[in-house]
Ligand binder design. Structure first.
Ligand SMILES: [Zn+2]
Length: 311
């Protein structure tokens, strides 16, 4: 985590253009070292208090208090629970933004950590366990740390840094027309000052201490897919008298899996299409009249995505 965080800070300073070579790497590294224990503490606190998309009120308050204490201009309630902090360097220059996501997921944590989540939230009308299973607790803590490091170098910074804490990254919650990014932008998070570049990062398990980067898109586009099949209910002993949505659902799943496995070149446009839920029927001897499936389509290429959606 520390190196990722250090890298994001360095990237920013290099990207700030006019600010080049004003703060050397060793100075940045030392400042990062100093704030790291606090970043770990913040992360564990967020981890223990996860909140679902657009319900990140506690997280937003912790973040806003911290940014205000650093002397930043702070706007809250941008896109419901989003927070924007603005750090103006001592001299004029360009505007860059650093962004972290804030929301947790409706899943049960089973890590056994002493700072594991026991929180619950409301999802689709149900009370559900909530956990930071995607690492957004780290992202928030790391960006708070970056804000602290950069605020401490304010006098050497030529330009402005905007810190964007974005709610509801996991998509628009049920019943909401927009996710956190779209809503924050619609509500002016990236206006006044308007960043010329924006940097985000995502932690990933597996290779501690490594930073992966590339130009253009890193993560695939994510489309949610909902399929409703309508058939004709009949007794399980008389399938010929109805239209069997269970059998059709099986064919749909096979087709979806074959579409990506047999018609997409995986060496140029990696694509994944997964059906993850299937709900149908209530009784062992009744073929129901409908079935619902949902899944996710992940694509890197816009044309590829459009072609799959069309099909
Ligand atoms: Zn995530």
């Amino acid at each position: 985590m520390r190196r990722l965080f250090a890298a994001s800070t360095l990237t920013l300073l290099l990207a700030a253009g006019a600010a080049q070579a004003q703060v050397d790497g060793a100075t940045v590294d030392a400042a990062v070292q100093r704030v790291t224990p606090q970043v770990v503490e913040w992360r564990r606190d967020f981890h223990q208090h996860p909140e679902l998309g657009f319900a990140e009120t506690r997280s937003a308050a912790v973040i806003a208090d911290h940014l205000r204490a650093l002397g930043l201009e702070v706007r809250t309630g941008v896109g419901k629970t989003g927070v924007v902090g603005v750090l103006r360097g001592a001299r004029p220059g360009r505007v860059v933004a650093l962004r972290a996501d804030m929301d947790a997921l409706p899943v049960q944590e089973a890590t056994g950590l002493d700072f594991a989540s026991t929180a619950t939230g409301t999802y689709m009308g149900n009370t559900v366990p909530v956990a930071h299973a995607c690492g957004h607790d780290m992202h928030m803590a790391m960006l708070m740390g970056a804000a602290q490091v950069l605020a401490g170098m304010k006098d050497q910074i030529a330009g402005t840094v905007v810190f964007v804490f974005q709610p509801a990254e996991e998509g628009a919650p049920p019943g909401e027309p927009k996710g956190g990014a779209a809503l924050m932008i619609a509500e002016g998070a990236l206006n006044d000052p308007k960043p010329e570049a924006i940097f985000g990062l995502h932690v990933v398990p597996g290779r501690p201490g490594s930073v992966f980067y590339r130009p253009e898109g890193f993560m695939a586009a994510s489309d949610r897919v909902d399929i409703v099949l309508k058939g004709k209910q009949t007794h399980g002993a008389w399938p010929w008298r109805g239209v069997d949505v269970i059998a059709v659902a099986g064919q749909v799943i096979e087709t979806v899996n074959t579409l990506t496995a047999r018609t997409v070149d995986p060496t140029t446009t990696p694509t994944v299409f997964t059906i993850a839920t299937l709900n149908a029927g209530v009784r062992y001897n009744i073929i129901p009249d409908s079935a619902t499936l949902s899944g996710t389509l992940r694509t890197f290429d816009v044309a590829q995505r459009d072609a799959l959606v069309a099909r």
